[in-house]
Design a protein around this ligand. Structure first.
Ligand SMILES: Nc1ncnc2c1ncn2[C@@H]1O[C@H](COP(=O)(O)OP(=O)(O)OP(=O)(O)O)[C@@H](O)[C@H]1O
Length: 904
């Protein structure tokens, strides 16, 4: 046996145990080794076998050779070529049915599974309608359904796929009917022979009716009988029934609800809508361009290069005719190049693109392109672009990864947030400085202005400050998002549960930042006309969270300057040089009034609260007046005039070294000869009030339960207080001049304007813990916050509350109240919701105890009128109480019943 035959035999042997991806055994070197010949000689023989068609060659590095027959058997296909550029190139040509459709694993996944169902459904499949704009792949999909049927053994290999474009018969419905159903001899003049219709010809196979909206109503009706029972009449024969079991696939570019008879639509159980090219993910667009250029390359047997800019133009153009138009554009381009180049390799430049593509690019882009833009990329490299994700999606992946790792390693939120913020900052930096992914859309300017407006509205509403340079970065991020919107949506659909989990963490832990972020994202998406996904909200929230809040002993620096970004730039530079975030900057319009500035500072203080000391650096002497107007402050404020980066640095260092405001002012005065002012804060301690409408004892117990949940003493008091006094005096009550009351927790809302109320029952129902956390968390680090939250959940369980608040047996009381509630619900025909029910448990158990201790309310104002108006309802509640009255030997006074009715 000669060497060449032996090589072929050896290759065949190796191929029988081939696993795709395991290629070394198929290189010339490995085969040469087996026969002790030189690699060159082996290559020469193998190439001769390739020419003869017995061996397939993969032009990768190193080159691989496979035995054609074995390979074809393994791949269950017939290979068209003997030479392929890469294994991937080979695999692409061997793709089966739906796999040939780009996006089969992505944006078309759900739709393809419907197609599979339509083919598979016993006995003869289900009619299906494909709806979508021109060129989106409707015909391709129809044909692949047929191929799928064959591969799955559902359709016979000999069965046919017949396509009919109904629009060609729009003016001749008779001819269309004739074509579809066939005719008998003599059916009309000229019908000399019996003729089979397409329904008959496609029997056992597929009949594809494209542009079905052109099917006249009579013709649609004629199809009903066939769709219902599989039988039809031929033209000219209304007596005999003919039978066919062809499957029907319809396609239309028009809205099916408008274009087809309702009775027709009812007979098509599966309707799928195929997305336009614009709605496809960027990766799929890249893959389409890559595949089409590769097809041209294989067809012309020439290497193809494309310039950076031409590639971007192909990628960015909005193809109204979708994939079909993209394909035409690529073919026209290649034809253009062929005409005036005719060399070995095709080089596609921007000017080779069809004119209409060129025109749709923005002028700036076309005028200013440089050498680098015209750098030629071998099209095989486009594949790399396809595989590498865009920076936005990389950020998505990394954030998710970080979240998972931090969770599995048990890190607290603070650490997770810090890490995520770092990733986001890197992404922002990339957007700012990148060359490769630079934006070529001109809407950035517009977006920046729009975002500026949105941010100022949102900032006002939430007393939030976002520095102007940060707004610039957000606008870049939104532009980036708009380019990747489809990919991002797809990514999110794969990770929806995780995104939801992260989103709820954000919502709970950083409610305020989350609300601000949501408003910015919602407004931006409204104005950009793209739907932004929830993960973008998460990213924006993370970007806004201020992780530095609790550092530097509650001492912060704020820079206020006129001008677009003066303050934020000084703050940025100083923070950068100081290595930590010490300063915030508020950029102010030139004509801003002193009152407005004071408002800004006060809002800032509220937002940052609790802070001990604020060093305010301003840019003009005229601003000195503001210190006289700041009233609200309960922290010390130092004001320094004529801020510069140097003063900011000096102040920053001092803050880092723990100096107090007065010391800092003295230093600055000495080194810079600047005028300074000191405003001593009216220090009011923060406090939470606990109240109970029916007795101080319960208020005291609530306060004890709250205090005992704190993992450490904090600079905020929790004070049990008299409900009636607050009700009578509101904010004028003495307690308000003594304390900065941040929250009231109790059994009945005293409605004090501007002070948040948290009901005991909602705390028990665990649905309002965040309202409490918001006020307590500034005093606790992340771990302590977690502990506090856990303690609250433990302390405020229903039985614990009842146990704590009363001396009664909790289980028993809860049972009794349950009976009471059930009776009231029945008699009043209403369902009492869980939170109100919880409130009743708490209230009634306290009530029983009070009555047993003879502390019930005997009289309240307005009871007589109430009784007169609500006699029936009062009777119902009294009746429902009868069991409790008997059990505990108490009598429920009318004011208590009135309270309960009001509560309900
Ligand atoms: N997902 C896809 N992957 C690869 N090629 C595709 C894809 N979708 C469409 N094509 C190609 O795009 C071209 C247009 O597709 P097709 O003719 O199926 O679209 P259509 O929706 O039927 O158009 P029309 O409504 O104009 O008849 C075809 O050459 C097809 O092979």
């Amino acid at each position: 046996m000669d060497i060449k035959t032996s090589l072929a035999k050896e290759l065949k042997k190796r191929c029988t145990t081939l696993k795709i991806g395991e290629d070394e055994r198929f290189s010339a070197a490995s085969l040469a080794n087996a026969f002790q010949i030189s690699r060159n000689t082996a290559s020469q023989y193998l190439n001769e076998l390739v020419k003869k068609g017995n061996v397939v060659k993969i032009n990768s590095r190193p080159v691989y050779f496979f035995h054609r027959q074995v390979l074809e058997e393994k791949l269950d296909t017939t290979l068209e070529n003997s030479v392929y550029e890469s294994m991937e190139d080979l695999m692409r040509t061997t793709k089966r049915d739906f796999e040939k459709m780009i996006g089969y694993n992505g944006s078309l996944r759900a739709l393809i599974s419907h197609c599979q169902a339509a083919v598979t459904y016993p006995d003869h499949g289900l009619p299906i309608l494909i709806y979508g704009p021109t060129g989106t792949g409707k015909s391709m999909l129809a044909h692949l359904m047929y191929e799928y049927g064959i591969h799955q053994g559902i359709l016979d290999k000999k069965s046919k796929f017949i396509a009919l474009n109904c629009s060609e018969y729009a003016n001749n419905p008779e001819l269309l009917t004739d074509n579809l159903f066939g005719h008998v001899k003599g059916a009309y003049t000229g019908a000399e022979n019996e003729q089979a219709g397409l329904i008959q010809l496609a029997d056992q196979g597929v009949l594809f009716l494209d542009e079905v909206h052109c099917l006249k109503a009579e013709c649609q009706e004629k199809l009903f009988q066939f769709m219902d029972k599989g039988i039809y009449h031929k033209v000219g024969d209304n007596e005999n029934w003919y039978r066919s079991s062809c499957r029907l696939i319809f396609a239309t570019t028009e809205d099916p609800q408008q274009a087809l008879l309702k009775t027709m639509l009812r007979r098509i159980p599966i309707v799928i809508s195929i997305p336009s090219l614009q709605q496809r993910p960027q990766v799929e667009k890249i893959e389409l361009i890559y595949t089409m250029l590769m097809m041209e390359r294989n067809h012309l047997k020439q290497d193809v290069y494309i310039s950076n800019l031409a590639y971007q133009a192909l990628l960015d153009h909005e193809y109204r005719g979708n994939i079909g138009e993209l394909q035409n554009a690529i073919r026209a381009t290649v034809a253009n190049v062929l005409v005036h180049q005719g060399q070995n390799a095709l080089r596609i430049r921007l000017l080779d693109l069809p004119e209409y593509l060129f025109e749709s690019m923005n002028t700036l882009q076309t005028k200013n392109y440089d050498q680098e833009d015209e750098a030629m990329i071998p099209i095989t490299d486009l594949n790399k672009d396809r595989k590498s994700k865009t920076p936005l999606l990389q950020l998505y992946d990394r954030l998710l990864e970080t979240y998972h790792t931090c969770q599995s390693e048990g890190e607290d939120y603070h650490q997770i947030i810090t890490r995520c913020k770092y990733l986001i900052q890197n992404f922002f930096d990339l957007l700012f400085f990148r060359q490769k992914y630079r934006s070529i859309s001109s809407n950035e300017d517009y977006l920046l202005k729009m975002l500026d407006k949105i941010c100022s509205i949102v900032m006002n509403r939430y007393s939030f400050t976002v520095p102007n340079n940060q707004i610039k970065i957000y606008s870049k991020a939104f532009v980036e998002y708009s380019k990747n919107a489809t990919d991002a949506m797809l990514w999110q659909s794969f990770h929806s549960q995780e995104v939801q989990a992260i989103q709820s963490v954000m919502q709970e832990q950083y409610a305020r930042d989350y609300s601000v972020a949501s408003e910015i994202v919602d407004n931006a998406s409204l104005n950009l006309d793209i739907k932004m996904d929830d993960f973008m909200r998460v990213i924006m929230t993370l970007a806004l969270i201020d992780t530095e809040k609790e550092e530097n002993n509650g001492r912060v620096g704020l820079i206020l300057c006129h001008g677009y970004s003066t303050a934020s730039s000084i703050a940025d530079t100083a923070n950068h040089l100081l290595g930590e975030h010490i300063f915030d900057g508020i950029d102010m319009e030139l004509k801003i009034s002193i009152d407005k500035i004071v408002q800004l500072v006060e809002d800032y203080l509220k937002r940052k609260s609790p802070i001990q000391e604020l060093i305010l650096l301003v840019d003009m002497g005229s601003l000195e007046a503001i210190y006289k107007k700041i009233h609200l402050s309960n922290c010390n404020i130092g004001l320094i005039n004529y801020v510069s980066t140097a003063t900011a640095l000096e102040v920053g260092h001092a803050i880092q070294h723990g100096k107090v405001v007065q010391e800092i002012l003295r230093d600055v005065k000495n080194s810079f000869y600047l005028s300074t002012h000191f405003i001593e804060g009216v220090r009011k301690e923060d406090a939470i009030l606990t109240l109970c409408a029916t007795g101080f004892g319960v208020a005291k117990k609530i306060s004890e339960l709250l205090k005992s949940a704190l993992p450490k003493p904090v600079a905020m008091d929790i004070i049990p207080y008299d409900y009636q006094s607050i009700l009578d005096h509101g904010k004028e009550d003495a307690i308000f001049s003594q304390y900065n009351i941040r929250l009231i927790v109790g059994t009945l809302d005293p409605c004090v304007e501007g002070v948040e109320y948290l009901s005991l029952e909602s705390l028990v129902a665990s649905d309002s813990i965040q309202a409490l956390m918001k006020h307590v968390s500034p005093y606790l680090n992340a771990k302590e916050q977690n502990l506090f939250e856990q303690n609250i959940m433990k302390n405020f369980t229903l039985s614990n509350i009842v146990n704590h608040l009363t001396i009664l047996n909790a289980e028993k009381v809860i049972d009794d109240v349950e009976d009471f509630v059930a009776q009231v619900e029945r008699a009043l025909h209403k369902t009492i919701d869980a939170t109100v029910r919880m409130g009743l448990y708490v209230h009634i158990s306290c009530l029983i105890e009070r009555l047993m201790l003879r502390q019930g309310i005997e009289n309240v104002e307005g009871i007589q009128e109430f009784k007169a108006k609500n006699k029936e309802r009062m009777d119902i509640v009294r009746q429902a109480f009868s069991g409790i009255e008997m059990h505990y030997s108490v009598e429920i006074p009318d004011p208590e019943i009135m309270y309960i009715l009001n509560y309900l």
